[in-house]
Design a protein around this ligand. Structure first.
Ligand SMILES: [Zn+2]
Length: 53
């Protein structure tokens, strides 16, 4: 699973698609408990989305 900010959501989706060859499941992190402590997998911004296969 990857976490992504607004800027990197497309990067995260591309990586999941490449790895899993499935449509990714994108969820908004802010609906989850980990929202405040999760940072983007690609930069230091706060993650807005989680991307899982
Ligand atoms: Zn980012």
């Amino acid at each position: 699973m990857y976490y992504a900010c607004n800027e990197h959501i497309e990067v995260a989706i591309d990586m999941v698609v490449d790895e899993a060859e499935l449509a990714p499941v994108v969820e908004k992190v802010e609906t989850k408990k980990e929202a405040l402590s999760t940072s983007c997998s690609f930069c230091d911004s706060v993650a807005i989305y989680s991307v899982d296969s």
